[in-house]
Design a protein around this ligand. Structure first.
Ligand code: DMJ
Length: 539
């Protein structure tokens, strides 16, 4: 088993940084002794002879033989293409319709001007060293981002992973307190959703009225992946503000999930926040379940392995999940199926579950126990299967869900399964697998994906998802998702970076790829020594 390396560089950085005051971001100016500058410095050097972004939709081809640095430079140019077009056609709105070249108003955050693409994409700009773009995004947030003025229903989960996560990453990376303060405003706006008999939050909240409710399709239930994917952000926010209220909320959720009886050690996807009872016994490592499990592992990692309860819950649940949900196709492809009442309901795996390769590899390499060998084996096999789902399509991009039978393997069958929504999960696993194994194939697979994105998803006005990955010339869905900038491009960029850029020894990525520092290990943790007085400016 590969040991989890601790870089000497890290130790040196810690020693230097201990004596440094918190500074605000000042990229591109002065001598910069700020520890975050090593991120910006590395990225800036990549830019020295950077491709001009422009608004070209052309695909240059012949990308195969490029070095890692050239590949990173190319991905930076993709980021600029996505950002510049969002800026041109949808600035301040949530997302972009890259084909019709206007704001995308029906995204998960609705028509309110929350700048989802700005907040979600900002840390990627920073990590890539795109300092001018970072500055304009930062200034928009300072001047225009006011969650309390939003009069529409927001998902507690999506707002946490994209907005809270994005702002907290930017705070950790830069020390600019505007990000911390805006993060606290976001969390404060979500707090009324936690006012339930069990403390498990409702799914939706209107920040203007504080009215909270569940999705109609979920009856009275909350969703496991939603209430279980708040822990990293709320805990870290408590530490940087000195305000315990946020951590108390997620500790309460943890307590409920720890003490509740679990059918066969598994966690069903639905739970009622009034009664604390499970809803239907549907279990998934894809939609509705996925990042709850991811956050058990990552809560343990982010706490510098202090949160042992989380790791134990993770290991117990994963043993049950692997025993009951891991399947092998006739030709030997491993995949994660879904369960209902203890039975596999469909021989199908979702693109969303493709994050699991990276998750199992992280679990395997951070603790040597009786499960680690199996975890690493599963990590390799699942990542291979997800790559197969890409490789077996005409576009070389993967479908939203893929099935297994005697007739078909790793291919979608229904039309709504054939879409590609610019999702990141497969590339996330390539990135983690590359960092932990150094097997070249993961970089090769990532580069295949870059080429496919350029060929099929790039349009003059940005990047679009696809309606059918099995067509030679697929139609675009006309949506540039904010997570394309937050996750997809960030993971592809990091796949070709040096290990010290957002080292896995110092950072944990939230489920939206926003890096959060590991407590006690990362000098950019920025723990508040006393509670930070934050103005209550709710309207
Ligand atoms: C992202 O918002 C997050 O990765 C989330 O956990 C799952 N779905 C999307 C990307 O596919």
């Amino acid at each position: 088993m590969r040991a989890y390396p601790r870089l000497i560089l890290t130790a040196v950085t810690v020693m230097i940084c201990m004596s440094l005051p918190v500074q605000t971001f000042n990229a591109g100016q002065g001598t910069s002794v700020h520890p975050a500058s090593r991120l910006a410095r590395e990225a800036r050097s990549l830019q020295s002879n950077q491709i001009e972004a422009g608004n070209s939709s052309s695909y240059s081809g012949a990308l195969d033989s490029q070095s890692s640095v050239e590949k990173q430079r190319h991905i930076i140019e993709m980021m600029r293409h996505a950002w510049n077009n969002y800026k041109l056609y949808a600035w301040g709105k949530n997302e972009l319709n890259p084909i019709s070249k206007r704001a995308h108003l029906s995204s998960v955050f609705g028509s309110g001007e929350m700048g989802a693409t700005i907040v979600d994409g900002l840390d990627t700009l920073y990590v890539m060293g795109l300092t001018d773009e970072f500055r304009e995004g930062r200034d928009w947030i300072a001047e225009h981002f006011n969650i309390n003025e939003i009069d529409s229903e927001l998902s507690v989960f999506e707002t946490t992973i994209r907005f809270l996560g994005g702002l907290l990453s930017c705070y950790a990376l830069t020390g600019d307190t505007i990000f911390r303060d805006k993060a606290a405003e976001v969390a404060d706006a979500l707090l009324p959703a936690f006012e339930t008999p069990t403390g498990l939050p409702y799914a939706l909240i209107n920040p203007s009225t504080n009215a909270s409710r569940q999705y109609h399709w979920a009856d009275s239930n909350s969703i496991l992946s939603e209430l279980g994917t708040l822990h990293l952000e709320f805990s870290y926010l408590s530490d940087v503000t000195g305000r315990e209220v946020y951590k108390n909320k997620v500790d309460k959720i943890r307590e409920v999930l720890y003490t509740i009886e679990k059918p066969g050690d598994l966690y069903p996807n639905y739970i009622n926040p009034r009664t604390g009872q499970w809803g239907q016994r549907h279990i998934s490592l894809g939609a509705l379940g996925d990042s709850f499990y991811e956050y058990l592992l990552k809560a343990w990692l982010a706490s510098n392995r202090g949160d042992e309860q989380a790791r134990t819950m993770f290991d117990t649940a994963m043993q049950a999940a692997l025993d009951k949900m891991l399947r092998v196709s006739p030709s030997g492809l491993a995949y994660l199926a879904e369960l209902k009442y203890g039975w596999v309901i469909e021989e199908k795996m979702e693109h969303l579950s493709c994050f699991a390769g990276g998750m199992f590899a992280l679990a395997a390499t951070t603790l040597e126990n009786s499960f680690s060998e199996r975890y690493m084996d599963v990590a390799r096999k699942l990542t291979h299967t997800c790559h197969e789902s890409y490789f077996r399509s005409e576009t070389k991009l993967g479908p939203e869900a893929f099935r297994f039978s005697n007739a078909v393997e790793a291919r979608a069958q229904k039309s709504d399964e054939k879409v590609y929504l610019l999702r990141p999960e497969t590339f996330e696993s390539y990135f983690i697998m590359w960092r932990l194994t150094k097997e070249q194939k993961y970089r090769d697979w990532g580069w295949e994906a870059v080429q496919a994105l350029e060929k099929h998803c790039r349009v003059e006005g940005g990047y679009t998802g696809l309606t059918n990955v099995y067509h030679q010339n697929p139609q675009g869905d006309d949506v540039q998702q904010s997570y394309f900038l937050a996750e997809t491009l960030k993971y592809l960029y990091l796949l070709f970076s040096d290990d010290s850029l957002l080292s896995l020894d110092e950072w944990v990525f939230n489920t939206e790829a926003h890096p959060l520092p590991i407590k006690g290990k990362n000098p950019l943790y920025r723990m508040a020594s006393t509670p930070v007085p934050i103005e209550d400016n709710r309207v």
